[in-house]
Design a protein around this ligand. Structure first.
Ligand code: PLP
Length: 357
């Protein structure tokens, strides 16, 4: 039942915020970008592309950290971060449904980094219990703790600044490095109405994606102290992270950071509206508490069908959604999804679920 790209382009696509297309200002910045050879590096590992350098400075300043590194994908940024601060066999404290654990995997495969996961949980408010962390770090020799904000598999939920700080303080008492998978950290900051700097101040390193709600076509940033980024550049080089004239895409990232952060609030409004429209479906489970940023999650178990069957069924009705687990699907909104699209998507979902009863 696979569709061609032409067929997909005709459908209403709420699979992910990764499908955002560049804004007009991004196209303009890309066409005018000043370029250089980013693969030609100085002693600290910094490349010669001036636009990439400008993006790295901007990202570091906005996040309140010393330095940043432009990387092709978020997965590569997370992987580089973990590689920079671990050795094979080290224990990593991670939540079981974290993107780093279930999607990226390579850090925990013997073929790649060979790290050992130790799991913590999120509570019913999608926060982390200090008691559990205290207990886990007492009994295990943990090298790194991974956080995720917003939390993808919980529906794009936010870790609060106070929870982040409390957990990081505990980790730091034991000399544990805290890495934040902040693919959508700006969604979290905007939704909680806090300065992103405050939100990430307690973490030692973080990754965020330019290629999601910020609308850049490609790229993620790894951010941290100068010493950490220097180490990340050096392990990154072994994996081929340096790019040549990447300023051509970095230029769009600069526009994303300068112009598209505050517009994430519009995405959150559209997702809220979608959540409200779908709230009446009685053969689906949704947690209104999880409706915090740009996603709506639906647990489909009451239908008696699998998430894959539901995803296929909705596709036949012209709506693409993401199957997340065997039991849940995700609808994501972003710049290129209008309020009209939201209403149309809700109509398709409501009719489809009603037809299953
Ligand atoms: C998208 C995402 C990533 C990875 O980013 P890619 O650019 O797709 O590799 C990592 N973590 C989370 C939580 C994400 O949503």
């Amino acid at each position: 039942m696979s569709l061609t790209i032409e067929e997909i382009n005709k459908m209403l696509d709420l699979r992910s915020d990764t499908s955002t297309l560049p804004t007009e200002n991004m196209w303009k910045a890309m066409s005018e970008a000043v370029l250089g050879d980013g693969g030609r590096v100085d002693l600290t590992g910094r490349g010669e592309d001036p636009t990439v350098y400008e993006l790295e400075r901007l990202a570091a300043d906005m996040l309140g950290k010393e330095d940043a590194m432009y990387v092709a994908t978020g997965s590569l940024a997370n992987h580089t971060a973990l590689l920079a601060v671990t050795d094979r066999g080290d224990k990593v404290l991670v939540e079981k449904s974290a993107h780093i654990y279930i999607n990226e995997k390579f850090d925990f495969m013997s073929k790649f980094s060979g790290l050992v996961p130790v799991f913590y949980h999120l509570d019913s408010d999608y926060q982390i219990s200090a008691k559990e962390i205290e207990y886990l770090i007492q009994d295990n020799d943990i090298k790194v703790m991974c956080l995720e904000n917003t939390h993808n598999y919980s529906g794009g939920t936010c870790l609060t600044p106070s929870c982040t700080k409390e957990i990081c303080d505990l980790a730091h008492l034991k000399g544990i490095h805290v890495h934040l998978d902040g693919a959508r950290i700006f969604n979290s900051a905007v939704a909680q109405n806090v300065d992103v700097k405050e939100l990430v101040e307690p973490v030692d390193s973080l990754m965020f994606c330019l290629s999601k709600g910020l609308c850049a076509p490609v790229g993620s940033m790894l951010v941290g102290s100068s010493a950490f980024i220097e180490k990340a550049r050096s392990v990154g080089k072994m994996m081929g992270t340096p790019m040549r004239q990447a300023g051509v895409i970095a230029a769009a990232g600069i526009v994303g950071l300068k112009e598209n952060v505050s517009r994430l609030a519009e995405d959150h409004m559209k997702a809220k509206r979608l959540g409200q429209l779908l709230a009446g479906i009685d053969n689906a489970i949704m947690d209104p508490k999880a409706d915090q940023t740009d996603f709506v999650y639906i647990n489909v178990t009451p239908t008696g069908l699998t998430a894959q069957q539901i995803t296929d069924g909705l596709r036949e009705k012209g709506l693409l959604v993401a199957k997340m687990t065997d039991e849940s699907i995700r609808l994501a909104v972003h710049k290129d999804i209008t309020m009209e699209d939201v209403e149309k998507a809700a109509e398709i979902v409501i009719h489809y679920f009603a037809s299953l009863k």
